[in-house]
Design a protein around this ligand. Structure first.
Ligand SMILES: O=c1ccn([C@H]2C[C@H](O)[C@@H](CO)O2)c(=O)[nH]1
Ligand SMILES: [Zn+2]
Length: 147
């Protein structure tokens, strides 16, 4: 039987999993300085879910965002390339969190330009979806070094 596919190109169950796991991943956040927790979940080509949270440092500039934590975990677990979706969540109930500039570039390194990035608010009741292309137009990527 054909699986139900959302416009995002993933199943409703995968969407729910992404939401649940991105929100849950905030519990792993180490953010004593900003007190700003962020969780991320990547749906890989193989249908696995890889989560990450932000990890801060007493030397503030050493902070690593949730997105990059999840990306580095995915890549070093053999889940590189052809990701299906990346989801993030902060704690704000009002606004949906949006990835910082550094993370946009790091996502772009490994993701197709059409990868949907789902940005949830704190309880998952709201979300915004943008592709990598929309988040980082006219981007510079690995192919640009191979000309
Ligand atoms: O999309 C974002 C935005 C911010 N942060 C983290 C970095 C820092 O630990 C804290 C405050 O900027 O939130 C993320 O993990 N992802
Ligand atoms: Zn970031």
């Amino acid at each position: 039987m054909q699986k139900d596919i959302l416009p995002l190109g993933i199943t409703p169950d995968q969407f729910q999993q992404l939401k649940t796991q991105a929100l849950k991943a905030r519990e792993l956040s180490y953010s004593p300085y900003s007190r700003f927790r962020v969780g991320c979940c990547i749906l890989t080509k193989t249908g696995d879910f890889v989560v990450g949270a932000n990890v801060e440092n007493a030397s503030y500039g050493g902070a690593i965002c949730a997105e990059r934590t999840a990306i580095v975990k995915a890549v070093t677990s053999g889940h590189r390339g052809e990701w299906r979706c990346l989801a993030i969540s902060g704690d704000s109930l009002d606004s949906c969190i949006s990835p910082c500039g550094i993370c946009r570039q790091v996502i772009r390194e490994f993701a197709p330009l059409q990868l949907p990035v789902v940005m949830f608010n704190g309880d998952g009741s709201k979300y915004v979806v943008k592709t990598v292309q929309e988040l980082l137009p006219l981007s510079f990527g690995p192919e640009d070094l191979r000309t």
